[in-house]
Design a protein around this ligand. Structure first.
Ligand SMILES: C[S@@+](CC[C@H](N)C(=O)[O-])C[C@H]1O[C@@H](n2cnc3c(N)ncnc32)[C@H](O)[C@@H]1O
Length: 266
């Protein structure tokens, strides 16, 4: 699938510098992905993260998962994110905790990673690559910086083939996603770029349930705070967007997948 909407990295960074990062933290917590901290723990054990692992978190946002991984598994984590405000806030929150330099953040683009080959044992991503404008290039870059035999572990939001263009466009517009991969599309990209896929899991049922939960939260406990901070108009747009996503998720048009892959060919 190609880049469907004309979204630039600047558009995404502007959004995450403004209300978007705050909104998603209110909904999902500082680990800004579906399933929060338990999802991070499960992905880490599937990826085999241990004390010696050098982990790269691509699109690390507030750094919640990076701190979680280093704190629970004792590994080293480098986070990379294209939004200055996210890198600064992740660094500030990490300084408050005791990580002894094991968790660091860098400003950079997933499509041009500022690292040499063989720099990491695990490349990691959670519900963020949906923002990346060229997923094949991202997967190529992940393969370039990982050590031979290293592991790629990620979850991402996906689309089902056959969704009407107009509906997809509305869903993408609300989230500021350039386009979404399909489940088969991600697996194809991985195999084409020298990754051996060991897990390719469909998490779409849970995705739909979580969206129903988010809608209840937005309409209930979070409503006053969203309106207070960002106004009625913003609240209205958010509610409308979540309604669209919840409906599409329950209709099986969008969902979420999880992949674990080993780098076989370097
Ligand atoms: C949903 S948040 C990531 C959440 C994070 N993975 C977590 O679980 O807490 C999306 C992040 O992706 C970053 N981002 C989007 N496109 C990027 C790119 N091409 N390179 C680096 N970061 C990017 C945004 O700046 C934003 O901070």
């Amino acid at each position: 699938m190609n880049n469907g909407r004309n979204i630039s990295i600047g558009d995404i960074s502007d959004a995450y510098t403004g209300a978007v990062g705050t909104l998603w933290e209110m909904v999902m917590g500082e680990e800004i992905h579906i399933g929060g901290s338990p999802a991070t723990r499960e992905l880490a054990s599937m990826a085999g993260i241990g004390k010696e692992s050098r982990v790269l978190d691509i699109c690390s946002a507030l750094g919640g998962p990076a701190r979680h991984l280093a704190g629970e598994f004792g590994c080293m984590v480098t986070g990379i994110d294209a939004t200055v405000a996210m890198v600064e806030e992740a660094t500030r929150r990490t300084a408050r905790a005791v990580f002894n330099g094991r968790v660091t953040f860098r400003l950079g683009n997933a499509l041009d990673l500022p690292f040499k080959k063989n720099s990491f044992d695990i490349v990691w991503g959670q519900d963020a690559w949906c923002y990346v404008t060229d997923k094949e290039r991202l997967i190529y870059e992940a393969g370039r910086v990982i050590t031979p035999g290293g592991t790629l572990a990620f979850t991402d939001w996906i689309v089902t083939p056959g969704i009407p263009d107009e509906e997809l466009d509305r869903l993408l517009e609300f989230m500021i996603f350039p386009y979404l991969e399909t489940r088969a599309g991600y697996t194809r990209l991985l195999e084409k770029n020298g990754w051996e896929v060991t897990v390719d899991e469909d998490l779409s049922c849970d995705f739909a349930l979580q969206f129903s939960r988010y809608l209840v939260m937005i309409r209930g406990e979070l409503r006053p705070e969203i309106i207070r901070r960002f106004g009625d108009e913003f609240y209205g747009a958010v509610e409308k967007g979540i309604v669209l996503w919840e409906k599409a998720a329950h209709e099986g048009k969008v969902g979420r997948g999880l992949w674990i892959a080993k780098k076989t060919v370097t």
